[in-house]
Design a protein around this ligand. Structure first.
Ligand SMILES: [Zn+2]
Length: 272
């Protein structure tokens, strides 16, 4: 059994502020340890369920957050960026399940540090009219490979958003959102235990899990945070401007849709 882990930081127990997610300060150094240990908890659950191979992809910001020396000895680790398919880089059809650890709610909604890919650029990202956050977008990519999302961990709002998309998946809540930058956290040990148990339960029920599939043809729609950001994205030849903040692009696949999103996200640095 081969397990793929996409590791983010905003949904980790004990993490509630932007400072904790940004390198260059002592709070971040603490947060990346909390992140690494939540990933380790998922790995322990996967191993107990019989996993033979575990690949972890660092999927936050600089994508060099996880501490290789502190990561479970059974897992290989993808670090760094840019990389194709970003948060799900390295996922192939021969994986049996995806875990999203430390993930978060989507842009424009409630949830601790809620955003979609790039909090500066995007107010909303939709495929075929359906607003999706990161687990939904990337989970739909995994769906094109036939791989189900079996476990998502984060706050209560993240779980609520993803219940419809992954109805059979284990959704572990390690904290409750009290605001965008405030939350009530489980004790760290209890959060790790819940993640470990969730991973174990998910893989014991793996036969019930179905890939999340969005049927083509696909239209990708972005609502940007400022008209200047929409001006910038609209220079891409396939883009069609809808109004001051919104534009749409056709996409041949979910993988291509994610490619366009990440290209616009990278371009947005020009306007920061
Ligand atoms: Zn992140």
């Amino acid at each position: 059994m081969r397990i793929y882990v996409s590791a983010d930081i905003e949904g980790v127990a004990g993490v509630v502020s932007p400072e904790q997610c940004r390198p260059g300060n002592t709070e971040y150094e603490r947060a990346r340890r909390l992140m690494t240990e939540e990933v380790n908890a998922a790995i322990e659950g996967a191993l107990e369920a019989g996993a033979s191979e575990i690949l972890v992809n660092d999927a936050h910001g600089p994508m060099t957050n996880l501490l290789p020396e502190a990561l479970h000895a059974s897992a290989e680790l993808i670090l760094g960026k840019p990389k194709p398919l970003n948060m799900f880089a390295g996922l192939t059809p021969d994986f049996d399940a995806v875990f999203c650890i430390g993930h978060h709610a989507r842009a424009g909604g409630f949830g601790i540090l809620a955003h979609t890919t790039n909090g500066f650029a995007f107010r909303a990202v939709c495929i075929n009219g359906r607003e999706l956050g990161e687990p939904g977008l990337y989970g739909a990519y995994a769906g094109t490979l036939g791989v189900p999302v079996a476990l998502v961990t984060g706050d209560d709002r993240c779980a609520r958003e993803n219940r419809d998309l992954f109805p059979e998946a284990e959704l572990v809540e390690v904290k409750q959102a009290l605001g965008n930058r405030a939350g009530r956290n489980l004790p760290v040990a209890a959060a790790r235990r819940a993640i470990r148990d969730g991973a174990l339960r998910a893989l014991r029920r793996l036969g019930e899990m179905k890939p999340f599939v969005i049927e083509p043809p696909l239209t990708l729609e972005f609502e940007m945070n400022h008209p200047s950001l929409a001006d910038l994205a609209a220079v891409l030849p396939p883009a069609r401007r809808i109004d001051a903040l919104r534009l749409e692009l056709p996409a041949a696949s979910v993988g291509d849709a994610i490619g366009w999103m990440n290209a616009i996200s990278a371009m947005s640095a020009f306007l920061r």
